[in-house]
Design a binder for this molecule. Structure first.
Ligand code: MRU
Length: 341
């Protein structure tokens, strides 16, 4: 581990306590730092569905611990508990990936201790992947660059360090990134509430923008890269990520700003050929019609609330994974990357 690995990296949101799972409740940040204790698989399912834990890798890790909690009750619990976990959210494929991996361990006869080791391995491997991706992604960025990120892809969204935010952590530590901008990420405000908290907590200077200020920012010349995470990457490199990512990619191409996706290979779904085949989660219109429980839109108004969109591979300059970076991704380059899988 290098100094750059540990610099600016103090937050952990998914904590196995030996007999239960403790989650830093992301619904309450940054105003309250409160932990939620999950003592059953269904507690974990609810935490995923309600966004107490969120971010594709963190969802997968939490689900793996959910399987361990079900196994504590007994083997008979496992099929139904796993099915409920799997249905908690549809877009982030790390959820299904982690549950499939736990299922393979169950099928191989793993007992509670072995399932606990498997969940811990999923969590530990994610942290190691993030640190490696941080180095790989930062190496693509020229010294003194400005970057714009979207949503929250940091320690809160992973086992630690983060994906896109891991590249930003590493890039800042290496002196390559001089300016960090974060979009507020309406409607749930992952950027404003979570990314700004995480960056400031870890001593990284960052500037918040309204999502709608992104094109104006790019035109000003202050950012050279947009760096985002992913919830599911199709076999051809099309990438589902937080709603608003697609318009950032369009604007980046228009302004000559480069566009980087950072995600572990657990986010790549070879069973999904292209972005159009990815299920996009629709959440309640209430997330748009009010804020923090207070209605802000006229009674009777309707709202459409898709919470992810798909950026076509043709708008992506690089996909950075723990196995390497794929520049100008397409189906051939993605399958070369994953050849050894
Ligand atoms: O709805 P969320 O907050 O779970 O969405 C999170 C994102 O879209 C992230 O960008 C993605 O999961 C990558 S997190 C490393």
């Amino acid at each position: 581990m290098t100094a750059a690995d540990t610099a600016h990296d103090s937050i952990r949101a998914v904590l196995w306590q030996g007999d239960h799972l403790r989650l830093l409740d992301q619904r309450l940040l940054p105003m309250q730092e409160q932990y939620l204790d999950c003592r059953s698989a269904d507690d974990v399912t609810k935490a995923i569905r309600d966004l107490a834990v969120r971010g594709a890798p963190a969802i997968g890790i939490a689900a793996a611990w959910g399987v361990v909690l079900a196994a504590q009750v007994g083997r008979d619990e496992l099929p139904a508990a796993s099915a409920r976990l799997r249905a908690a959210r549809p877009t982030a494929v790390n959820l299904m990936w982690a549950l499939d991996r736990m299922q393979r361990a169950i099928d191989a006869g793993a007992d509670l201790a072995a399932l606990t080791r498997e969940a811990q391995a999923i969590q530990d491997e994610d942290l190691a992947a993030n640190r490696h991706m941080g180095e790989l992604g930062a190496a693509l960025i020229g010294p003194g660059s400005g970057v714009l990120t979207h949503c929250n892809t940091g320690s809160l969204a992973t086992a630690g360090f983060g994906t896109a935010l891991g590249v930003i952590r590493a890039g800042v530590a290496a002196g390559r990134i001089a300016r960090v901008f974060a979009g507020e990420t309406r409607p749930w405000l992952q950027g404003a509430r979570l990314t700004m908290w995480e960056l400031l907590r870890d001593g990284i200077d960052a500037t918040l923008i309204a999502d709608s200020a992104a094109s104006h920012l790019m035109k000003s010349g202050q950012v050279q890269w947009v760096i985002v995470g992913a919830d599911r990457i199709a076999a051809n490199g099309d990438t589902a990520n937080k709603i608003g990512t697609y318009q950032l990619a369009i604007s980046a191409r228009h302004h000559g700003v480069r566009f980087m996706v950072v995600a572990p290979t657990s986010t790549i779904d070879l069973a999904t050929a292209r972005g159009e085949d990815i299920e996009i989660e629709l959440r309640t219109p209430d997330e748009l019609l009010g804020h923090a429980g207070t209605r802000s839109v006229v009674a009777g108004a309707k709202a459409w609330n898709p919470v992810f969109d798909v950026t076509p591979a043709s708008l992506i300059d690089a996909i950075v994974t723990e196995r390497g970076a794929v520049e100008r991704p397409d189906v051939a380059r993605m399958s070369t990357l994953l050849g050894a899988r």
